[in-house]
Design a protein around this ligand. Sequence first.
Ligand SMILES: *Cc1c(COP(=O)(O)O)cnc(C)c1O
Length: 380
Amino acid sequence: MTDRILLSSPHMGGTEQKYVQEAFDTNWIAPLGANVNGFEAELAQYVGSAAASATSAGTAAIHLALDLLDVQAGDTVFCSSLTFIASANPILYLGATPVFIDSEDTTWNMSPQALEKAFEDAQATNTMPKAVIVVNLYGQSARMDEILDICNRYGVPVVEDAAESLGSTYKGKHSGTFGKFGIYSFNGNKIITTSGGGMLVSDDEELINRSRFKATQARDAAKHYQHSVVGYNYRMSNIVAGIGRGQLEVLDARVAKKREIFDTYEKALSQIDGLTMMPELENTFSNRWLSTLTLDPQKVNVTPYALIDALDAANIEARPVWKPLHMQPLFDGCKFFAHSDEDVVSERLFAQGICLPSDTKMTEQQQQLVIDVIKNTIVS
Ligand SMILES: *Cc1c(COP(=O)(O)O)cnc(C)c1O
């Protein structure tokens, strides 16, 4: 047991190299090729979206989505606060201004109540957003019905950041397919990985075609090199897409394993007074990308940092919950709308939350070790 127990690491299924080999055999190393087309079609089919375009990263997919929604310098974009920095960086790439929205307790995701307040403020100050980026944290879908109701009422499109929630569903429909655009990530720590990559999905095929054009330097149809608008170099390579096709074949198995890991933690730990596992909203199915919990400081004698240190000493990787973006120095001075005056939910989740090892290659004995260290460290 000298191997470090990891949060979430790449887990190949076995057929990835077959697709990569096909790319070598046909010399479709780059650009694009059958694996890119196949991966796009297969992922679109899996999530039930009309079209998909493979990108070099999830962050690139968010950037393209905002660009296609015409976000420009000086515009406002709303974004969930409790998330990884990649959700909001593309807002800055475009010179726009982020406004951050707090979480609510049943999903840890965007609070419809805070969103409504942000829209009221935007209307009053004439700063209506061009887009709302809704994040589905650790696999859990946000309250999409309520959020879409509000956004539709104000006529503002949603970009669903489903980087962490591929394979999850909300009322039977796949996470990432609710907004004008959805994005997925295949970064090394995600539920499936291509070593690095992303996907942009939409039911608007025209927009997806436009995203492919924008992602390949926006080259006009001409014999010579001609360009009328700004473009990017954001397409996924045919080698990388081969890994993705193999990974897609084991996605359901990875989701099942992640949920089993979560259930094992829940059974072993949830009787500890003051320890609460991340909820799963009714009528949703989370891929449980990371098993996450909170420690109530009134009841538990150990801070999340102390528990993370104790796990680290046993060669186990654990992490705090994402630090809310409205608390990041990068976003000093940006507007933020809290769930309520008394309770800033994202700040509380950050102060109390821990992500546990959720690696699908983790053995039962390894997970038992994680559980033992947690039980031995917490004196409630
Ligand atoms: C990983 C992640 C991203 C970015 O994906 P990359 O493929 O690493 O660029 C965006 N949003 C969230 C919430 C993520 O977890």
